[in-house]
Design a protein around this ligand. Structure first.
Ligand SMILES: [Fe+2]
Length: 243
């Protein structure tokens, strides 16, 4: 991905997700990797083995943080304790940008631990954007919101998913972590043309691109293979990145 203000003006190249089964291989074999994406929540703890491993990774590699529990789309204010721990990790990793999902997943402090699809309304966009701004101001690092795969639609929606994404990032003045696999999955679920979605994405705001499906898709091999083909097509033809 090219350098822009939403990824801290970095030209990091191609990274891969850091997963625990690979720790030993990485630390002993030191493979050539541009950077690793970590799941922030796996390291938001005081001490212990995960942070010990992370510190060793940080000695040799660049690391970017990706979160799964910010719930930018939930109506309640961000959890201050969660943000404080997240900021400690931001200082530790020196992540040039930080991403989490454009979804909701909590009500009144009760968490679903799921990435639930948003109602695409102007009010939801306004509340979500305000939350993104608050989080960015607290963490003092550029934020990129990731499109999730959606499997449900709301009668109250006033726009398409891609219009909603545009509305949120314009209001928040934030970046996008564009997950092309999620676009493909959503296009299959809802019957839209994935290229219509991709062509509407403001390319100048794309901080990072996720390619290849989540593990939950790997058990459906056909879907996974097909999604991978679609990912390559979308990324190659519309965003000009190498896969
Ligand atoms: Fe993703």
């Amino acid at each position: 991905m090219g350098a822009n203000r939403f990824n801290g003006f970095t030209g990091y190249g191609i990274g891969i997700g850091l997963r625990s089964p690979h720790y030993e291989h990485i630390l002993s074999r030191k493979p050539v990797v541009d950077w690793f994406e970590i799941i922030s929540e796996n390291f938001m703890i005081d001490g212990g083995l995960p942070l010990h491993i992370l510190d060793q990774i940080l000695e040799q590699y660049k690391v970017v943080q990706h979160g799964v529990s910010m719930y930018f789309g939930s109506a309640e204010k961000p959890d201050r304790e969660h943000l404080r721990r997240l900021k400690d990790l931001v200082k530790r990793t020196k992540t040039p940008w930080l991403s989490d999902h454009l979804c909701w997943g909590s009500v009144d402090g009760r968490y679903t631990h799921d990435l639930l699809p948003m109602p695409y309304t102007f009010e939801a966009a306004r509340i979500t954007a305000q939350k993104v701004r608050e989080v960015r101001d607290f963490l003092e690092v550029p934020i990129a919101v990731e499109n999730v795969s959606s499997y449900a639609e709301y009668h109250v929606s006033e726009m398409t998913e891609w219009e909603f994404l545009n509305e949120v990032v314009e209001r928040a003045d934030c970046g996008i972590l564009l997950d092309v696999n999620n676009i493909y999955v959503s296009s299959r679920n809802h019957g839209f043309d994935p290229l219509t979605y991709v062509n509407s994405v403001p390319a100048e705001r794309v901080a990072q691109i996720h390619i290849v499906g989540h593990s939950k898709f790997e058990k459906y091999e056909e879907v996974h293979r097909e999604a991978l083909k679609a990912n390559r097509f979308l990324a190659d033809t519309t965003l000009g990145i190498a896969v």
